[in-house]
Design a protein around this ligand. Structure first.
Ligand SMILES: *[C@@H]1O[C@H](CO)[C@@H](O)[C@H](O)[C@H]1NC(C)=O
Ligand SMILES: *[C@@H]1O[C@H](CO)[C@@H](O)[C@H](O)[C@H]1NC(C)=O
Ligand SMILES: *[C@@H]1O[C@H](CO)[C@@H](O)[C@H](O)[C@H]1NC(C)=O
Ligand SMILES: *[C@@H]1O[C@H](CO)[C@@H](O)[C@H](O)[C@H]1NC(C)=O
Ligand SMILES: *[C@@H]1O[C@H](CO)[C@@H](O)[C@H](O)[C@H]1NC(C)=O
Ligand SMILES: *[C@@H]1O[C@H](CO)[C@@H](O)[C@H](O)[C@H]1NC(C)=O
Ligand SMILES: *[C@@H]1O[C@H](CO)[C@@H](O)[C@H](O)[C@H]1NC(C)=O
Ligand SMILES: *[C@@H]1O[C@H](CO)[C@@H](O)[C@H](O)[C@H]1NC(C)=O
Length: 449
């Protein structure tokens, strides 16, 4: 999923170094800069997705990498087990595993037909595959043994699995597949690896005398290769989303680079996004033949400051933080004190700004969490357009108090929150202690300089 094949020990060393150099910034810069507050919504175990049902009971679904999906009421309470696929999938909670259950997508008419789709890494005859499957909720129950295999794609390694599923405005299922650990696959049009695929899950088809539980949309691009391919040239697309406020149905994607740059792409039909000829805007092969690489990233950033792993997010469409409307929010797993925002300026240029986490003192009393040293691994968006951060305490799957944090507008009124319970009293005291400690630390830090 996230890391760039670094072994866990190296990762933790690097993490330690990153922690040291950024500790004076954990609470964000100062109150005069645009910033956003964080409200704790749920505590989980390495959740990689949270979705809200459209219509029906308006439930939320929370997907954990180990293979479990829970349902919640529309108020995010009343947790119930929805699906348990742990026995089917490959996932090792003791290491920084990129496999597991990586995505679920609800059918656009899920509240009527109960159908949803999963993307997971599994083993068959000791070979690893990305499985795309269809499951169905019938009378409140999901029978995993009745899942339908939509697509099975062989992987060449345990990393670069891609793993996003989403339904576009057109009602088709988009599947974002990594290069599977073999870089030559992304430009190979006979391979499904390193591609964005688009299929119609509502119409089965007979192909090579076998029933296939999807068909190819008639307007898929003509790529002289596999007809599922919608766009190509990806290394490891991690977190792609549909802009729910765009009538055109814009889809944004983060794509993790190898060693130099990470990128954000706006996915267009029939475009080649360049991997492994180029990475971000940088050429990989010399001399570089850029002919036909029309999929230019809308944003790239260098890895010059150490480890990096882009986490694609969402275009903010919520009613509560007006300054963020229409901005694409994303993050880097190793940049812990800010989010990136991209805005399409009038000239068609993409303008990037950092959005910091507010000092808790300027936040509403219910929204005074900080990301601290946790890692952001994914984002979520509800039907209103509000955005949530999915964070984890460790690269392994062993922490049980990973958090889902909702972005909330600051109120800048500097009120001291009432201690309505031991918990909030503790939060208030600890935030004061932490900010004093951070101030002391940053003073020391500057003394040393
Ligand atoms: C707050 O941040 C702004 C913008 O970076 C900077 O100009 C200003 O000096 C900062 N103020 C304080 C009190 O640190
Ligand atoms: C939001 O926008 C208003 C004006 O549009 C501006 O005054 C305010 O400083 C902005 N707030 C943040 C947090 O960016
Ligand atoms: C999921 O199923 C496995 C066995 O297949 C079981 O060990 C585990 O406890 C179940 N998890 C949950 C959350 O029910
Ligand atoms: C899988 O990736 C790791 C890390 O990049 C590499 O050491 C290993 O050789 C790869 N395995 C295969 C089968 O390509
Ligand atoms: C392209 O992919 C196909 C299917 O995996 C494979 O058979 C073929 O050898 C690949 N071609 C190259 C040039 O790697
Ligand atoms: C450059 O790439 C294009 C598109 O793949 C190809 O048609 C062309 O022959 C290549 N040119 C060279 C000099 O390799
Ligand atoms: C990013 O890296 C490339 C290649 O290493 C270099 O040419 C470019 O100047 C760097 N850009 C920034 C903003 O550091
Ligand atoms: C960005 O802005 C340009 C110029 O206003 C417009 O043509 C284009 O459709 C916009 N793109 C997106 C993704 O909003």
């Amino acid at each position: 999923m996230i890391s760039r094949n670094l072994c866990p020990v190296l990762l933790s060393l690097v993490t330690f170094a990153v922690t040291l150099t950024t500790s004076s910034l954990v609470l964000g810069p100062n109150a005069t800069q645009p910033c956003v507050c964080l409200q704790l919504k749920l505590t989980t175990k390495k959740a990689l997705a949270m979705l809200e049902e459209h219509g029906g009971a308006g439930r939320f679904f929370l997907m954990e990498q180990r293979g479990v999906v829970y349902s919640f009421s529309s108020e995010l309470s009343g947790q119930k087990l929805f699906v348990n696929m742990t026995s089917l999938i490959e996932y090792d909670a003791d290491v920084a595993d990129e496999r597991g259950l990586l995505s679920i997508a609800l059918h656009p008419r899920f509240s009527e037909n109960g159908k949803f789709y999963t993307y997971s890494i599994r083993k068959f005859n000791n070979v690893q595959y990305a499985y795309v499957t269809e499951l169905q909720e019938v009378f409140g129950r999901v029978d995993v043994s009745r899942e339908k295999l939509i697509m099975v794609i062989q992987q060449h390694n345990v990393t670069r699995n891609g793993g996003q599923l989403l339904f576009g405005n057109d009602g088709y299922l988009y599947i974002f597949v990594g290069d599977g650990g073999l870089r030559s696959t992304a430009q190979n049009m006979s391979s499904l690896l390193g591609k964005v695929l688009r299929i119609d899950t509502d119409h089965a088809e007979v192909a090579d005398n076998l029933i296939r539980y999807y068909s190819i949309p008639s307007d898929n691009p003509d790529v002289s290769g596999l007809r599922e391919i919608y766009a190509w040239g990806f290394r490891n697309p991690w977190r792609c989303s549909l802009d729910i406020g765009s009538t055109r149905g814009d889809i944004y994607c983060g794509d993790l680079g190898e060693g130099a740059q990470d990128e954000i792409n706006l996915i267009q039909k029939g475009h080649n996004y360049g991997w492994d000829i180029k990475e971000g805007a940088i050429c990989n092969n010399h001399p570089c033949n850029m002919t036909g690489l029309e999929g230019d990233p809308i944003f790239t950033y260098n890895h010059s400051k150490g480890p990096a792993a882009v986490i694609g997010g969402y275009v903010y469409r919520g009613p509560s933080i007006q300054n963020l409307t229409g901005r694409y929010l994303f993050a880097d797993m190793f940049s812990k004190n800010f989010l990136y925002t991209l805005k399409n300026s009038s000239g068609g240029q993409w303008e990037e700004n950092h959005l910091y986490y507010c000092d808790p003192g300027v936040c509403p009393c219910h929204a005074r969490e900080s990301v601290g040293e946790d890692y952001l691994v994914s984002f979520s968006q509800d039907r209103k357009g509000e955005v949530y951060l999915l964070t984890t305490k460790s690269f392994t799957g062993r922490s049980t108090d990973d958090r889902i944090l909702k972005l909330v507008s600051p109120n800048h009124d500097f009120t001291v929150c009432q201690a309505s319970s031991h918990f909030s009293l503790w939060t208030t005291i600890s935030s004061v202690v932490i900010s004093l400690a951070v101030q002391a630390l940053s003073k020391n830090y500057f003394h040393i300089l």
